[in-house]
Design a protein around this ligand. Structure first.
Ligand code: ADP
Ligand code: MG
Length: 238
């Protein structure tokens, strides 16, 4: 499903160039439940944004479903995202003046689905998240856990093959975090590939594969160290 080879990415601000992804090789098969762990600044969000076609990379290759993802128009990127990927973020990213149902329905608006149809679909997903009774509420009338479940419903409504979640439990208490992780497990049980970025060990331990990033490189997979020698060639190109 996801095949990344020798991936590099730098950010340039003014005259400064910051090498953030320093030669990552990664394969994620369809149906996996994966976490990407690592301390703040290790490159987790950058990697996830590349996987989600929200950002470009400088070097190496990224294949999604055997398709080379390389520089493309924003229109094409949006089409691919809409077809393949659902996103969930730490800060929920709900639209404050739209109610729960309208927030969930929004991705279907971009697929030109009629209002009636997208609201019916949104109600179905809200129901699956146990939030049917909250359909007419605005985000500021909902708890953090409810907001995240709405964001998850929104990410699911286009029936994506992959859900990408960047610190989805970062703003939630422990019990609510575990509820959200249970939801991701259920989503994964449907066959959807789920990739969760987190810096919380207990959260990552609820996934089936733990990829640990350090300074823009994969340090270990499920605790098995990736040999430093494997990175030497990439490092010497820096
Ligand atoms: P993580 O998600 O693991 O905390 P990030 O991928 O967000 O790490 O960031 C990795 C590094 O890249 C950090 O040093 C961060 O400050 C820097 N960075 C992230 N996004 C940008 C950007 N848009 N412009 C410049 N630097 C960035
Ligand atoms: Mg981050």
């Amino acid at each position: 499903m996801i095949r990344i080879e020798n991936l590099h990415k730098s950010y340039t601000t003014g005259v400064n160039k910051l090498h953030v992804i320093k030669g990552i090789d990664l394969r994620i098969e369809a149906g996996e439940l994966v976490s990407i762990m690592g301390s703040s600044g290790s490159g987790k969000s950058t990697l996830l944004n590349i996987v989600g076609i929200l950002d470009n990379y400088d070097q190496g290759s990224y294949h999604l479903d055997n398709m080379l993802i390389t520089e493309m128009s924003e229109k094409k990127a949006a089409l691919l995202r809409n077809k393949y990927i659902g996103f969930v973020f730490q800060s929920f990213n709900l639209i404050s003046f739209k109610n729960a149902m309208e927030n969930v329905a929004l991705p279907l608006y971009y697929q030109n689905v009629s209002r009636k149809k997208r609201n019916i679909a949104a109600m179905e997903f809200l129901d699956r998240m146990g939030l049917k009774d909250w359909a007419n509420h605005l985000p500021n009338e909902l708890s953090g856990g409810q907001k995240q479940r709405i964001a998850i419903a929104r990410s699911m409504i286009t029936k994506p093959k992959i859900i990408l979640a960047d610190e989805p439990t970062g703003a939630l208490d422990t019990a609510t975090s575990y509820d959200v992780m249970k939801l991701f497990k259920e989503i994964n049980d449907l066959g959807i590939t789920v990739i969760i970025v987190t810096h919380e060990k207990d959260i990552s331990e609820m996934t089936n594969k733990i990829i640990r990033l350090k300074d823009g490189l994969i340090e270990s997979v499920n605790g098995t160290k990736i040999l430093v020698e494997d990175h030497v060639n990439e490092m010497s190109n820096v």
